[in-house]
Ligand binder design. Structure first.
Ligand code: MG
Length: 288
């Protein structure tokens, strides 16, 4: 099933999306997407609704989880071609000189939950702070139940669903501060959506990922090409840290980000970034 978080008359609601009909139908008795995730096993067989279906265009979409319960867990350099372009760019301070561009273990960092913005919302360039703002199209995995030391063979049982995320990054801040948090956590730097698709409908392990900047196709890959696949990421992250419902794992971006070009092609005011993942929709955000 596909679910959206919407604003109806100024109130946040969770609704079931019928993508073919282009309608959303608000759920009764569900307060937030996190509430739905936590009670999904009990609710999924008998969803109840508050009113009739509404045209999708008539409602204002928020990110599926407008304010995740804690930092978004992100994975760096998780596609071979992107790991190589990052190493070749001169921006990568995460690897020792002479080391392989391909990491031996997942590189895990986080973004602040306050970075999340809605489909259609602006990515705001931080004037005077950075002029090296880059896009990163990524598959987002949404965790459905708590677990620690989850073995990879059981990892997919912990996945509630998927969405699309743009891991917007200030490259100069990422480089200057060594740790990536500041460069990844500027306000508006995590567009997410347009909806969440449950794992009983979508399989995140073989989805085409594409990203356009102002109509030009920049990134094109398939999640089957991840260096560390979803079960490995869940096994690694949960090895000593309890994953919880509503946790979001951004699985990494393919080649074709702005820093991979020579000279780099960073975002400028007036650009529009579009990220599409097969079966998960298209996330579109202007840059201002
Ligand atoms: Mg990323």
């Amino acid at each position: 099933m596909k679910f959206v978080t919407v604003l109806i008359a100024g109130t946040e609601k969770v609704a079931l999306l019928d993508a073919e009909a282009g309608t959303v139908r608000p759920l009764a008795g569900v307060s937030t997407m996190l509430d739905l995730i936590e009670r999904y096993e009990a609710l999924k067989g008998g969803l109840s609704f508050a009113g009739d279906a509404l045209p999708l265009e008539s409602v204002s979409l928020l990110a599926p989880m407008p304010r995740p319960p804690r930092n978004i867990i992100c994975v760096g350099k998780n596609y071979y071609d992107h790991a190589q372009e990052f190493a070749d760019s001169g921006f990568d301070t995460s690897a020792a000189a002479g080391a392989s561009a391909i990491p031996d273990a997942p590189i895990v960092f986080t973004k602040a939950p306050e970075t999340v913005v809605a489909p259609g919302a602006a990515i705001v360039l931080p004037k005077g702070l950075s002029d090296q703002i880059d896009y990163e199209a990524e598959l987002a995995v949404i965790i459905g139940k708590a677990g620690r030391a989850i073995p990879r063979a059981e990892a997919m049982d912990y996945v509630w669903g998927y969405s699309i995320l743009n891991d917007v990054t200030a490259r100069d801040l990422q480089q200057r501060h060594k740790q990536w948090f500041l460069g990844k956590s500027l306000d508006t730097f995590c567009p997410m959506g347009p909806w969440a698709v449950t794992a009983d409908e979508a399989d995140g392990t073989g989805l085409d990922v594409k990203c356009w900047v102002s109509g030009e196709l920049r990134q094109q890959a398939n999640t089957a090409q991840l260096i560390f696949d979803i079960p490995t990421l869940i096994e690694t992250i949960s090895s000593g840290l309890t994953l919880r419902p509503g946790d979001i794992i951004a699985t990494g971006t393919p080649a074709g980000v702005g820093l991979g070009f020579d000279p780099p092609r960073f975002l400028a005011a007036g650009d529009v970034v579009e990220v599409e993942i097969a079966g998960l929709g298209r996330l579109v955000n202007p840059v201002i």
